[in-house]
Design a protein around this ligand. Structure first.
Ligand SMILES: *Cc1c(COP(=O)(O)O)cnc(C)c1O
Length: 360
């Protein structure tokens, strides 16, 4: 059996070393005689797994002491509600930047609990760029400012993090957490569903500054209260044990491979390989403004729907899978997360070059 190059936006490719390690431990974890799937979340083995996962994530992202790390469920989509439920604490106003479908969903959810000010949007240009932000745009009394650092569907990414002063900055980092260095202290809260750049679906990472805990609105369900999860070390109820275990293996893999600095270097190299080709191609072109480009998700088109379909089909037969673009952009999208090897992108580009020649 051979592995393909899987360019899926999520759930997405995982390091083969991680899958093989999980396979080797599948039926007997560490001499326990049972699978991680079968073990009590209160057992010594699982407490060890969860503790190591947190320790490794802290070390990878250099998470300061005054931040809590939570392993939750419900995906990034539940965070669209948990953020306003927990952080609309004073003015019940928040500033949002609308950079795509996920931002829009976050905005719609926040509106249910307070007042939302969309301070910038690239919607008129089908979200093909990140709007400029400056300090004067933020509402001085906002409870928080929300951004989506990387826009999975449109392939855009904030190239710098806005300075929001005393207003907590909240970031949906679902599709680029651990792909490049970020200074966690610039954020009040970071959240990310795991299935893009971390591990399997089912676990959501929340990194929250301690002073933002304990401010939930009265009607917030217990399970949606960050403080409850923080006070209970993410074990208020049964956590997504197996997803946490695999995420932990990915964190170990990242540490063994040079950490986030090394990943960022590799990711920039992969993205440059693809963008350089797109910029010089007569057949394919990228859809995003150059200075807003993501290094994780790269949408591109031929400008001809039939040719796009032909490319996707021939690429799939050649072992380059899940390249079909999201319906709101069309064409193709290559998601090149941490686990995509450099070689996968190089081979894709040479396949594209051959396709271009055959279809010129
Ligand atoms: C995938 C994605 C989401 C939704 O994640 P779920 O875990 O499916 O809820 C939200 N935001 C961004 C940026 C994403 O890429």
């Amino acid at each position: 059996m051979s592995r393909v190059y899987n360019f899926s936006a999520g759930p997405a490719t995982l390091p083969i070393e991680v899958l093989e390690k999980a396979q080797s431990e599948m039926t007997d974890y560490n001499g326990s005689g049972m699978s991680v799937m079968e073990m009590s979340h209160r057992s010594k083995d699982f407490i060890g797994i969860a503790g190591n996962a947190e320790k490794d994530l802290r070390s990878l992202m250099k998470i300061p002491e005054n931040y809590k790390v939570l392993f939750l469920q419900g995906g990034a989509s539940l965070q669209f509600a948990m953020v306003p439920l927990n952080l609309f604490s004073s003015s019940k106003k928040a500033d949002y930047v609308n950079t795509g479908s996920w931002s829009k969903k976050a905005i719609a959810e926040a509106k249910r609990y307070g007042s939302v000010n969309v301070i910038a949007s690239s919607e008129a240009a089908n979200f093909n760029y990140i709007p400029e932000l400056n300090a004067g745009m933020f509402s001085p009394d906002a409870d928080y400012v929300h951004i989506t650092t990387n826009n999975t569907i449109y392939g855009t990414c904030f190239q710098s993090i806005p300075e929001t002063g005393d207003i907590p900055l909240i970031a949906d980092m679902s599709s680029n957490i651990l792909s490049q260095e970020y200074d966690v202290s610039q954020f009040g809260l970071i959240y990310a569903g795991a299935q893009k750049n971390i591990g399997p679906a089912g676990v959501t990472i929340v990194i929250i500054r301690e002073d933002l805990l304990g401010k939930a609105q009265n009607f917030t369900p217990t399970m949606l209260n960050y403080k409850i999860h923080s006070d209970n070390e993410s074990m208020f109820n049964t956590p997504p044990c197996y997803s946490i275990y695999i995420a932990g293996l990915v964190f170990e893999w990242l540490l063994a491979n040079g950490g986030v600095i090394a990943m960022e270097k590799k990711n920039r190299q992969k993205a440059a390989t693809l963008y350089d080709y797109l910029d010089n191609s007569e057949r394919f072109k990228g859809t995003v403004e150059v200075n807003s480009r993501s290094i994780m998700n790269v949408p591109f088109v031929t400008g001809n729907d039939e040719l796009d379909a032909k490319f996707i089909s021939e690429a799939s037969s050649a072992g380059f899978k899940t390249l079909k673009g999201h319906r709101s952009v069309g064409g193709m999208r290559a998601s090149i997360y941490n686990a995509m090897p450099v070689e996968g992108v190089e081979k894709l580009v040479s396949f594209m070059r051959n396709f271009e020649q055959a279809n010129s």
